[in-house]
Write a protein that binds this ligand. Structure first.
Ligand code: ATP
Ligand code: MG
Length: 243
């Protein structure tokens, strides 16, 4: 169930600001790529463009050779892309189980209400990210940041993706929670999932990626093995503030 994600000459302008500047790269099927860069570099914007939450100014986004650019977000999710959000976005009025259920039916919240619970699948996804059965009826307000990030992962996994885009999944987590999420990503990698992972926590990122891409001001500044990218002149200058 692996898929490739190919981005070609991608540009996104917000008014006078170029958030994505002629970016081209491919994540091969089953590959895991780290996307790094300083605050405001344009990492999250790439995710929003892939998901169709923003429309690109120009360029192409292909999933397994199929152009996603003109599709709605639910259509893209059906094709097999999904993302987590840097700031977790659960539906506050819904339980953990119901939030996962939304992921199971990305087309419509109403469809979910009509179809009703799929307790087995919800429990399976909840347990896969480290919740227990008792957690299913908890509400987001009761959850720690670690639990909210677990819920983001479960919701994302519920859409049965082929390519997962993870945005700062380690931020605000304890060491034990980082290990748990990391183990989950490793397991999915061994099952062939394709990943594009944004993380400021480079120590947590390193073991999860095959290669890395560094961007700054929306443009690619380095690409290659994680070690080569981190030691590149451009990354040291732009990202680590070492001129
Ligand atoms: N909806 C928007 N409207 C206008 N400008 C935006 C919008 N979204 C992002 N930007 C701008 O685009 C640039 C890239 O932002 P983006 O959120 O993609 O960066 P990032 O690399 O994810 O940063 P961080 O590490 O802080 O999460 C920033 O200058 C940001 O202010
Ligand atoms: Mg971001």
């Amino acid at each position: 169930m692996s898929a490739s994600l190919k981005i070609t000459n991608l540009v996104k302008k917000f008014g006078g600001l170029t958030a994505t500047n002629d970016l081209s790269f491919t994540v091969e099927p089953g590959q895991s790529v780290g996307l790094i860069g300083p605050n405001g570099a344009g990492k999250t914007t790439v995710f929003s463009l892939v998901m169709g939450e923003h429309r690109q100014t120009s360029g192409s986004i292909m999933l397994d050779g199929e152009e996603l650019s003109k599709m709605t977000t639910p259509a893209r999710i059906r094709r097999g892309v999904s993302r987590t959000y840097q700031v977790p976005r659960p539906f506050a009025e819904m339980s953990v189980a119901e939030n996962i259920r939304v992921g199971l039916m990305p087309d419509s919240v109403f469809g979910m209400i009509l179809k009703g619970p799929n307790r087995d699948r919800e429990l399976e996804l909840a347990m896969a990210v480290g919740f227990s059965e008792n957690d299913l009826d908890r509400t987001p307000a009761e959850l720690s940041m670690g639990d909210l990030r677990k819920l983001e992962m479960a919701r994302t996994m519920a859409t049965d993706p082929k390519v997962m885009l993870l945005d700062e999944v380690f931020a605000g987590l304890t060491v034990a929670e980082i290990a748990m999420i990391s183990g989950l990503v490793q397991k999915m990698r061994s099952d062939g999932m394709t990943f594009l992972i944004v993380s400021h926590d480079l120590k947590a990122l390193e073991p999860l990626v095959d290669t890395a891409i560094a961007i700054n001001y929306g443009s690619m500044v380095a690409q290659g093995s994680y070690g080569d990218v981190m030691s590149s002149e451009a990354v040291r200058a732009s990202y680590l503030g070492e001129a």
